[in-house]
Design a binder for this molecule. Sequence first.
Ligand code: NI
Length: 139
Amino acid sequence: MPLNSTAAPAGRGQCQAIDLIQKIDSIDGHWQPRVVAEMNDYQFKVVKVQGEFPWHVHAETDETFVVLEGELRIAHRASTGGEGVIVLRAGQMAVVPKGIEHKPSAIAEVKMLLIEPRGVVNTGDGAPGARTVENDQWI
Ligand code: NI
């Protein structure tokens, strides 16, 4: 099927193995998340990233990052003042709670899995920007 189709693949909803790295390797470009599966109202998205992503926040949902390859940094800051940076390496994950501003970045390429509710905008709640991608693109 075409890479940028918004239609779910025929295998959706079936019991099947999904090769995350193989899916990621078929994506053109960085910061282009693609849905590989859904569980109830949640989507599993794969993405490869390199460089800096803008600061953003999701007021209504937590967001899970699972690193498969590489080293991901997530700077974060709360409106109440707390801030810091977490570093995730292959096999590690983190949940960014809703309402926490965050900024993912990667010096070298990182391959990862994101888990979040269907409909979440990758750049958060503000106006769309250069990094905003269309939702619900399956691969
Ligand atoms: Ni986010």
